[in-house]
Design a protein around this ligand. Structure first.
Ligand SMILES: [Zn+2]
Ligand SMILES: [Zn+2]
Length: 345
């Protein structure tokens, strides 16, 4: 089969002819119908994040149709349309037993520690399959598995409740999902903070109130916009110390700041006015749970989550096309998602 692989870190991906993978006893083989190109993949190519082995097929946002099943598989059949939860877990360790599967001691990520979706076929544990609702396209299902999932997990970690006011720092792929999901979870007002006017316009089109840092400190603007109250939930996706501090400073009494952007340095806040005197909280966000993907699929089926407008283009399984999209992501030019459609359908 054809697969676009990372052969050497720091070099462009290359199209390879590799053997068709066979599913193990508890595994399924999926014919890939859609594979999202994620910013993480640009990090794996550049070597700023590591992969498990080389050469490896990248791609962790995968949807397709089940093509073969191992002898012990029950509940998933050939012909089923499925998206794949990207984390392969043991199901047995202390973390898995406590429902904290993203911390599984044997956790492996497809497209990083196992061959991924930039290929005609991929093999995965059967329990990683998420059925795709009839009304949801494979491309939408694929990108739901990463950016939407992290956004939803962040909202849940922030214990979002009906009536909350929500601020989203970073209106990229995660932010666009977060705006819709915050509404789906009952937020009455959603604010989007970004320095990119095009992203602010897109956020506004999704119903968020745009906040432009060029017009003054975003935390101050958010307090003004909420009549001095502050926001109940702040989500931080940019991963910058300055926006992490702003997210915390924008909080209301008993507000929660959920930090999901991967940062490269510490941030500072004044503890008494921002945290202690408001009983505010800061919480970290890591990955997501399989159960959240099932809920997201239900949101998409019922129209609460629309990902079609986040899909920038559909491209073939072509190394040149994929490398060009990764270049754009590495240079922060990629505003929305490109999705590989290997069969051209
Ligand atoms: Zn991703
Ligand atoms: Zn485990």
């Amino acid at each position: 089969m054809r697969a676009v692989q990372l052969i050497e870190v720091g070099k462009p991906l290359e199209l390879q002819e590799i053997p068709l993978p066979e599913p193990g006893p508890d595994e399924i083989r999926v014919k890939v119908l859609a594979a999202g190109i994620c910013h993480s993949d640009a990090h794996y190519r550049a070597g700023t994040a590591s992969v498990g082995f080389l050469p490896i097929t990248l791609g962790h946002e995968i949807a397709g149709v089940v093509d073969a099943v191992g002898p012990s598989v029950a509940g998933v059949s050939v012909g089923d349309r499925v998206a794949l939860h990207y984390l392969f877990t043991c199901g047995k360790c202390e973390y898995c037993a406590r429902g904290l599967e993203q911390f599984c001691v044997k956790g492996r990520m497809v497209g990083k520690h196992a061959n991924g979706g930039y290929a005609e076929y991929v093999v995965a544990p059967a329990r990683n399959a998420i059925p795709i609702a009839d009304s949801v396209s494979p491309a939408a299902a694929a990108i739901m598995m990463c950016s939407s999932a992290t956004a939803f997990h962040a909202l849940r970690k922030a214990r979002i409740a009906a009536g909350d006011r929500v601020a989203i720092f970073g209106a990229g792929g995660l932010g666009m999902s977060a705006i819709q999901l915050a509404r789906a979870c009952g937020a009455t007002e959603v604010f989007a903070v970004d320095i990119d006017q095009a992203k602010l316009d897109a956020a506004e089109a999704y119903g968020a109130h745009p906040v432009d840092p060029a017009r003054g400190d975003p935390a101050r603007q958010l307090h003004d916009l909420t009549r001095g109250r502050g926001v109940d939930v702040a989500l931080e996706f940019a991963g910058l110390p300055v926006t992490q501090a702003q997210a915390v400073e924008s909080l209301a009494v008993q507000g929660r700041a959920a930090l999901a952007g991967i940062s490269s340095g510490p941030f500072a806040v004044h503890g008494y006015p921002t945290l202690i005197n408001r009983e505010a909280e800061i919480v970290g966000v890591s990955d997501h749970l399989r159960s959240e993907l099932v809920t997201l699929m239900e949101f998409a089926r019922s129209g609460l989550l629309d990902l079609e407008s986040v899909i920038a283009d559909r491209i073939p399984l072509d190394a040149g096309e994929i490398n060009a999209r990764l270049d754009a992501l590495a240079e922060f030019r990629g505003r929305t998602r490109s999705v590989i459609v290997p069969s051209g359908e």
